[in-house]
Design a protein around this ligand. Structure first.
Ligand code: GDP
Length: 560
């Protein structure tokens, strides 16, 4: 008898039964016909003996959030559609559904939330931008095609996010379908099917004939139970953007998934630089809701801008507070982006792991061919020692892709490329995501580089880049403030807090930092050429009329 069938008989949840089995030392897999009558008896006795445990305070079970991952054309979208149709049709025939970024289905009286955009790129992009919402990944593999490059990517992305994987072997209606071959391929990626003694649940399905869909949903619910997904509806609201779009009539729309608390019409929200009062909540069936609970995706009307996936929203008392928080965030972000430019990410990669005894360097490895990939991989593994470990979270053949960069960003990894290219677009993405790409064409140079990184031997080298020039036209002595230079910006820009060099007759006579920058009576952060301003320099008092102030930034050489 299968575990979930036994569970049903004993009036237990499957998750609970799995736990009891573990406590009793009985090895059983959810999908196996492994339980003997003797074992079932043991479980029954155990259940009768045990008093019910007190309920955990406030925490209530919540619906799982599921994302379909897999190679292109293996049937992710078709499966999602098929599942929605099956479950929607049961309830309300002809119900109009709209794509809002996620949908809910009900199966055996329980809700499951599906993310509309399949694929690991969207999945990891959201993670890179601050939030993880997926609880379970369904890895779709076409039975006629087998494991393909993006299947492997999907596996690695799900693993990096520590999300459990259920395998859906799709298109079993096809003549060419070969389920056994797919299962054999999975072993290579440490996904040993349950029926062969492993941990991975594999379900054979067809989006076309709908075969196996119920079993897939059952397995999702089972996995959810094992994960014991819970949330506190009384806690402060936490809702994450799944997707956003601009509507001509309705204005900015964002779909939010409630992760904690309850979202209500009239709530004032703030998330990053976006804020607003909730005017309406619409679910995926186009129905207006007054409130949305945990694990409910809803389209929100009334926010100031279109939300970026991954942004987390919370609730505040009123619009004034929301606006202030949003402004503060914007300001901080500007500062962050200025500071970020001067920081190489490698240190932060290490810092992050310093809590562990062994330091780990996460790597996304790309090479031009399978042979060299294997060679580089082997070489890297040899560089590990007692103190450092190289964790290759993804390896693949081909140029550094968008998804590689997002994965590196989300997992605090660096990208190591061996004889591969990086498109300008992806290079720009890496820069904005603060991802370090290291490219090599010669194996011993690569070894050298990685060794240096591992030894923490990369000596920082800086270069100075002039970002603006200002001529001193007047000097003011102001009590309590000191010497203020009345200047005219002749080139570039002047930023408060940046470093300056003071030149007189072409020679440097002093250095310092801009302590305050004023335009008329206002303190300002930044001014551009063609404007007059007052500059107060910290660290150099002897400024004179006719001096030239050069504003510069220190940038680490080798930063991209
Ligand atoms: P995605 O790129 O992974 O989202 O794949 P799609 O859902 O777009 O499916 C790709 C193609 O495979 C489409 O032409 C589907 O009609 C077809 N397809 C999907 N599932 C099945 C299936 O179970 N059986 C068969 N025969 N074809 C399928």
């Amino acid at each position: 008898m299968r575990v979930y069938e036994v569970a049903k008989k004993l009036n237990l949840s499957s998750g609970k039964l799995m736990k009891i089995l573990a406590d009793l030392g009985i090895k059983a897999k959810s999908n196996l016909s492994g339980l003997t009558a003797e074992e079932i008896k043991k479980v029954r006795e155990f259940v009768l003996e045990k008093k019910p445990s007190p309920p955990e305070e406030k925490l209530v079970p919540r619906a799982p959030v599921v994302t379909f991952l897999g190679h292109v054309d293996h049937g992710k979208t078709s499966l999602l559609d098929a599942i929605r149709k099956t479950t929607v049709a049961q309830r309300e025939v002809g119900g109009i559904t709209q794509r809002i970024g996620a949908s809910e289905v009900e199966f055996q009286g329980q809700r499951i939330v599906f993310i509309d955009t399949p694929g690991h790129e969207a999945f990891t992009a959201m993670r890179a931008h601050g939030a993880q919402i997926t609880d379970i990944a369904v890895l779709v593999i076409a039975a006629d095609d087998g494991v393909m490059p993006q299947t492997v990517e999907a596996i690695n992305h799900a693993r990096a996010a520590k999300v459990p994987i259920i395998v859906a072997i799709n298109k079993i209606d096809k003549k060419e379908a070969n389920v056994e071959r797919v299962k054999k391929q999975l072993i290579r990626y440490d996904l040993m099917p349950e029926e062969w003694g492993g941990e991975t649940i594999c379900v054979e399905v067809s989006a076309l004939t709908r075969q196996g869909l119920d079993e897939l949903l059952e397995m999702i619910l089972l996995e959810a139970e094992i994960l014991e997904l819970k949330a506190n509806p009384d806690a402060d609201l936490r809702a994450v953007v799944i997707e956003g779009e601009m509507d001509r009539q309705k204005g900015p729309l964002s779909t939010l998934l409630v992760q904690q608390g309850i979202l209500r019409v009239g709530d004032v929200l703030v998330g990053g630089s976006i804020y607003g009062k909730v005017r309406a909540l619409i679910n995926w069936k186009g129905k207006n809701l007054k409130e949305a609970g945990v694990s409910t995706p809803v389209r929100v009307l009334g926010l100031s801008e279109v939300g970026r996936p991954g942004t987390v929203f919370k609730k505040v008392a009123n619009e004034r507070e929301a606006r202030q928080l949003a402004e503060k965030f914007k300001e901080e972000e500007r500062e962050r982006s200025l500071r970020k430019k001067n920081l190489l990410t490698l240190e932060s990669l290490f810092q992050q792991t310093e809590e562990n005894k062994k330091r780990t360097l996460n790597i996304v490895l790309k090479a031009e061919a399978q042979g060299s990939l294997k060679a580089v991989f082997d070489v890297l593994k040899k560089l590990e020692n007692d103190e450092v470990e190289l964790n290759i979270i993804h390896e693949g053949v081909g140029d550094v892709s968008r998804s590689d960069i997002l994965l590196a960003s989300a997992s605090k990894a660096m990208v190591l490329g061996f004889n591969v290219g990086v498109s300008p677009t992806n290079r720009a993405l890496a820069k904005s995501e603060n991802v370090n790409i290291r490219e090599h064409r010669i194996i011993y140079e690569l070894i050298d580089d990685v060794e240096k990184i591992l030894k923490g031997l990369i000596e920082p080298k800086y270069e100075e880049i002039t970002i603006g020039k200002a001529e001193v036209r007047n000097i003011f002595k102001i009590p309590r403030v000191g010497t203020v230079a009345g200047c005219y910006i002749v080139e570039g820009k002047v930023l408060r807090g940046s470093r300056v060099r003071v030149l007189r007759d072409g020679k440097t006579v002093g250095e310092g930092t801009i302590k305050s920058l004023r335009r008329f009576d206002q303190d300002v952060r930044e001014l551009s050429s063609g404007l007059e301003c007052g500059i107060n320099i910290e660290g150099f008092k002897e400024i004179r009329k006719g001096d030239l102030i050069e504003v510069y930034e220190r940038r680490r050489i080798g930063d991209r």
